[in-house]
Design a protein around this ligand. Structure first.
Ligand code: SF4
Length: 343
């Protein structure tokens, strides 16, 4: 703190519930309070001010109990701690009462949620019974945290988004072991296939890290193959950089930046090709779209399908309406069409 004279207050994730009290103390003249060593808690979330708007995130847990070798979250935010279901349901109800059209349950490894005998599948089932919102989603799921039961809950309720953001990170078993992800590429593919066999029209998205220490061209080729096999709707791609205090940071960051950039581009190109294929599957179909507003560029109506395809279309509808749109043209990122009616 001596080196950071401009810092007035330090609050760790375990002490967030004390933020109002510490801020008041600071305003009353207390000297640079530091508070970061208490046990992680979730009380802070219970004081959230509810605002309206189209979409709202609802945090169901904090921290993460996994041990991915490149990730600082477990150290920085502590182990996973789930909020009580009653508190989550009450917040979801308040969001619904405020007119929110979409509620997205969030957590670092959201599907690992557990409070007593309420697991994530049960929590999602309970939240998605609340009247008002048109769509319920969740992010992000570690592949070992999802379950057949979760897929069944998603399949059973038409208001739950048919979209699974489940980062694979790599398609190489050797790199996955070094990353300590706990699954092989084949196990990941099996999970995607199981989910698709249960949830009609499911779309899956992934994250990837390219240039992880020791990643060879062969490892990267396995990642490219995974993108084609899983046919992701989109992927979020990151060039590896070491995070202090992680296991991976002890390894030599030996993939040159030029190679990381090149692999990043090649993976983006592969994903763009796959995204276009997924979008082509919509051509000529009439799909249900939840209207979110106007497209900034064209001022046409804009929304997303229940499996997360962005759709821009002509027609007349209000934000929050679910409308039917016939798809006439597609790009890797967007489908374009004409409205045929309101659900
Ligand atoms: S990458 Fe995700 S699952 Fe792995 S430790 Fe970090 S937050 Fe947890």
């Amino acid at each position: 703190l001596k080196r950071l004279p401009f810092v007035d207050l330090v609050v760790g994730p375990g002490s967030l519930s004390r933020l109002p009290e510490l801020s008041e103390a600071l305003l009353a003249g207390a000297k640079r309070p530091v508070c970061c060593y208490e046990r992680l808690n979730t009380e802070f979330d219970e004081r959230r001010r509810i605002k309206g708007g189209f979409s709202a995130f609802l945090r169901v847990m904090r921290g993460c109990s996994r041990a991915c070798s490149y990730c600082v979250v477990p150290r920085a935010r502590g182990p996973a701690l789930s909020r009580p279901p009653d508190a989550i349901l009450s917040e979801a109800q308040k969001l619904a009462d405020a007119g929110v059209k979409e509620i997205v349950l969030i957590g670092q490894d959201v599907s690992a949620y557990r409070f007593g005998d309420v697991d994530f599948a049960r929590l999602l089932q309970l939240v998605a019974q609340i009247e008002g919102p048109k769509r319920f989603g969740f992010v992000t799921s570690h592949p070992l945290s999802v379950s057949t039961r979760l897929f069944e809950v998603m399949a059973d309720n038409p208001r739950i988004s048919r979209y699974l953001h489940m980062p694979a990170q790599s398609g190489s078993d050797r790199i996955l072991r070094l990353m300590r992800r706990g699954y092989s590429a084949e196990q990941y593919i099996q999970t995607v296939q199981t989910a698709r066999s249960i949830i009609n029209d499911l779309e899956v998205a992934s994250d990837f890290i390219v240039g992880f220490p020791t990643e060879t061209e062969e490892d990267f080729a396995a990642t490219l193959r995974l993108v084609y096999r899983c046919a992701f709707i989109n992927s979020f791609i990151f060039k590896y950089s070491p995070r202090p205090h992680t296991l991976a940071a002890k390894m030599a960051d030996d993939v040159p930046l030029s190679v990381k950039k090149e692999r990043n581009l090649r993976l983006l190109e592969a994903q763009s090709e796959v995204s276009l294929q997924r979008k082509r599957g919509l051509l000529g179909r009439t799909v249900a779209v939840l209207v979110e507003g106007r497209d900034k560029k064209s001022q046409r109506l804009r929304g997303r399908t229940f499996n997360n395809h962005i759709v821009v279309f002509d027609g007349s509808a209000a934000v929050g309406d679910v409308v039917f749109v016939k798809i006439e043209k597609v790009t890797p990122l967007t489908a374009f069409g004409r409205m045929e009616g309101v659900r």
